[in-house]
Design a protein around this ligand. Structure first.
Ligand SMILES: NC(=O)c1ccc[n+]([C@@H]2O[C@H](COP(=O)([O-])OP(=O)(O)OC[C@H]3O[C@@H](n4cnc5c(N)ncnc54)[C@H](OP(=O)(O)O)[C@@H]3O)[C@@H](O)[C@H]2O)c1
Length: 265
């Protein structure tokens, strides 16, 4: 299966004219992987930024996510997304969350996502916020090799090792959302020391760690300097001692935990 670009731009909050400007600067800085969702209100801006870039559509990797409210009309909702984006296909379509309380169950909607891929409206498909059980149920329904990623919260303070390992065992690369813990990594002493050693920042080290572990990362920044720094994190080479120190930062600190969400691993 074709690889997802390792560093993408999260677009949550990048709405309005400021959001469009932030997308434009990210594209100028080399971002090609853009992560949106039906619920973010950023599909239009992503589409406009792609159109205004002057680059070929084929250079971009655009992800959107189907919200549970659309499970009864999943294919039509992808058409709505494509209209908002001004594109004829997305590169990756994800189920944003498993349905609250598994109602409806995964088997009721995951096949429809596979059909969206088969009709060419999404080149790849995947899931988000799926637990190990959800991943296994999805694979049982649409087969091994069908899911291009599981996107879930993952950062130095919530490393999500059980889910991460399970996804890898099943051939599914994890995508780390909120890879900067929502902008909370500055000032951590372990990160600060490793950042000094590599003449970089805490945020860059936090991203470099996830990349070194094999995750795809989608940090969001509206600030060109930070966008540039986040992109450059891919060039930081951490040694064994760094990796060991960063592994020790895991403290199960989850930030996205809605009451209707799944029972996490
Ligand atoms: N699938 C899901 O359910 C789900 C859930 C949450 C998020 N996501 C996706 O993941 C993306 C990233 O998550 P997120 O936006 O919540 O959090 P994040 O990327 O971990 O953190 C974003 C915050 O960090 C700041 N920041 C960015 N780069 C920085 C740097 N180099 N130094 C210091 N601060 C920096 C940003 O501020 P500035 O913008 O001011 O620079 C912003 O406040 C989202 O945008 C969305 O696309 C998916």
């Amino acid at each position: 299966m074709e690889a997802i670009p390792k560093i993408g731009l999260g677009t949550f909050g990048l709405t309005g004219a400021d959001g469009l400007a932030a997308l434009g600067s990210a594209i100028d800085l080399g971002y090609r992987h853009l992560d949106t969702a039906q619920t973010y209100g950023t599909e239009e801006n992503v589409g406009k930024a792609v159109a205004c870039s002057g680059l070929n559509r084929g250079e971009f990797f655009v992800t959107t996510k189907v919200t549970a409210a659309n499970f009864g009309r999943l294919a039509e909702s992808i058409d709505d997304s494509l209209k908002a984006l001004g594109l004829d296909h997305v590169d990756l379509a994800l189920i944003h969350w498993p349905a609250p309380h598994d109602t409806p169950p995964i088997r009721a909607y995951i096949g429809e996502l596979a059909r969206v891929r088969d009709t060419g409206r999404a080149r790849l498909i995947g899931v988000s916020n799926f637990t190990r059980r959800h991943v296994d149920e999805a694979i049982a329904e649409i087969g091994e090799g069908a899911l291009a990623t599981n996107q879930f919260e993952q950062h130095v303070f919530l490393q999500n090792r059980a889910l991460d390992a399970h996804c890898r065992e099943r051939g599914i690369p994890p995508t780390a959302y909120m890879p900067l813990a929502g902008g909370r990594v500055d000032g951590d002493p372990v990160l600060t020391a490793i950042a000094r050693k590599h003449r970089s920042s805490e945020s860059q080290v936090a991203l470099a760690y996830l990349l070194a572990r094999g995750s795809i990362v989608i940090p969001k920044s509206a600030t060109p300097e930070r966008q540039k720094a986040n992109m450059a994190a891919g060039g930081i080479v951490l040694d064994e001692a760094d990796m060991h120190g960063l592994a020790g930062l895991d403290r199960g600190e989850r930030h996205i935990d809605p009451s209707w969400g799944p029972n996490w691993d």
